[in-house]
Ligand binder design. Sequence first.
Ligand SMILES: [Zn+2]
Length: 238
Amino acid sequence: MEDKLESGSNLIANIRHEVYGGKVTFKNTSSHKFSEKDISIVTSLVRSNLSSLMMEDTDIRIDLTNASSLGVKTQGEAFTLGTNEHGVVQCGIFLKAKMLRDVLDDSGKADRRAIIELAELIAHELVHCKQYRENWLTVDKYGYSLWKGELQDAKGRYFDDIQYRKRPWEVMAFAAQKSLAKSAIQDLIGQSIISAEEGEYIPKTDAEKAAAALRAIRVAEREKKNGSAGLGFGADIK
Ligand SMILES: [Zn+2]
């Protein structure tokens, strides 16, 4: 598994971060080169979430990908990598490289808004990793999603047929991402990776909330039109 994890991968500056009992590794298939500070930011965000989600023994692989690898609206996607030698599920997250590329400007200063978006995205996807790890979210041999062992909800609807945002695993991830991100950003500041000013966590204004709600409706409408969106567990949060 370890060989498979790293074969053909492009470890950034050969950085391999040890995180508590687990490991955070990076694979960069995007065309962008990331700095050590970029990698420190992601590692710290992951590490903080692993602690909050009580999954410090879980290995996480971060795949930084070009936009074309994920759906247009999808900024991230979680996937499982089987279990490690200790029997703990390993998880990977595809992150659209742009999400990280936008964080630091040329002088290495972090953009507050971009940090928040990245932190919420990572938190969202790590909630899905938690769901894989606890076997809450599984896929049967036919490719159907099961939530806590069930194919259908109490109303007899297949989970895969429910609107993306209303699937139980998405409801959980969206509900948790803001508080997880907030605490992870506080850790970034605490570790002096970014300044308090760079990491000031601003609640979304009403206007932004309204715009986000509108976008969510459009996404839901499109999914309805196109039928089930399939098995992507991506975060359609932008
Ligand atoms: Zn999701």
